[in-house]
Design a protein around this ligand. Sequence first.
Ligand SMILES: C[S@@+](CC[C@H](N)C(=O)[O-])C[C@H]1O[C@@H](n2cnc3c(N)ncnc32)[C@H](O)[C@@H]1O
Length: 295
Amino acid sequence: MSQSPSHRVPPTSLEQCREVFQRSRRPEEISDALRRGELVDDQDFDAYLPQLLRFASRQYWTPIPVATLVAGWLAETGARRVLDVGSGCGKLCIIAALVSDLSFLGLEQRPHLVRVARKLASRFAIEHQVTFRHGTLNDVHFEEFDALYFYNSFAENLFTDDEHLDTTVSLSVERFHDDILRMEAILTRMPLGSRVVTYHGFGGLIPDSYDLTRSARTRTGTLRMWTKSRMENSNQYWLENEGITYFRHGHADDELWQVKAPNVVATRTPKELVRDDGGVLAEKVELLSDPDDAW
Ligand SMILES: C[S@@+](CC[C@H](N)C(=O)[O-])C[C@H]1O[C@@H](n2cnc3c(N)ncnc32)[C@H](O)[C@@H]1O
């Protein structure tokens, strides 16, 4: 019978060396430090991601300081159940759950990311607070949650091919349009008191039945919390400043630049500005045309 070696086997490839080096903190140490309110480097957590997802972290996954702020803001308002719309590898849900009593459902269209997220939740021993579901906007009852989180979830549809996370889902401007319009309609139906937290903007319009109740300019982007304060929606909406990106369409010699939010094209009329430290956080806009006419 062969015996397993009692000594540790040293890494045999450069990649293994890097992993050993990068995983310098054990999951329990990371969790304990976060719970004590200590700063944890994103790299310490990201070391537990597969290599390609680790490389994508800066662009695609919420940084730890932002995730802890999300948890703090939501816990402070008495939120209990949070839906991360587009949860990726689960980083936001896991970090925010570790530092709070909030429970999270992460909805994600890419099945391989759902698998990674579940594995990570188990590694960080937080499965009792986080669940991950494979699906899209049709696969969840939004009204069951008292808070929604968006890290500019649909923007990838507008990225160039080389910026996409991978090629496992179909991405297009039409899909962006569809998801944004669907989400805007869901926001109008959410119960009173619902919170919507956006990082780098939601990409669409926030109905003016929501008030901007918190905002912070982090080193990596703006975080906003919107709270539904009225059931009636007027014809006015909030357009988040970072949500305003323009894209080109038409022929090269006849270029048109449109606002990314699909139903605000040329008809946008700024109404009001919300400011903190002198910067514009969101503009109030009026919808002057039928959304269907706009495209
Ligand atoms: C920028 S990542 C954010 C990940 C995570 N929320 C975080 O902050 O770490 C956006 C994620 O949303 C997912 N996503 C985009 N559109 C989606 C949709 N319609 N339904 C489900 N997931 C979607 C993408 O696959 C991607 O993983």
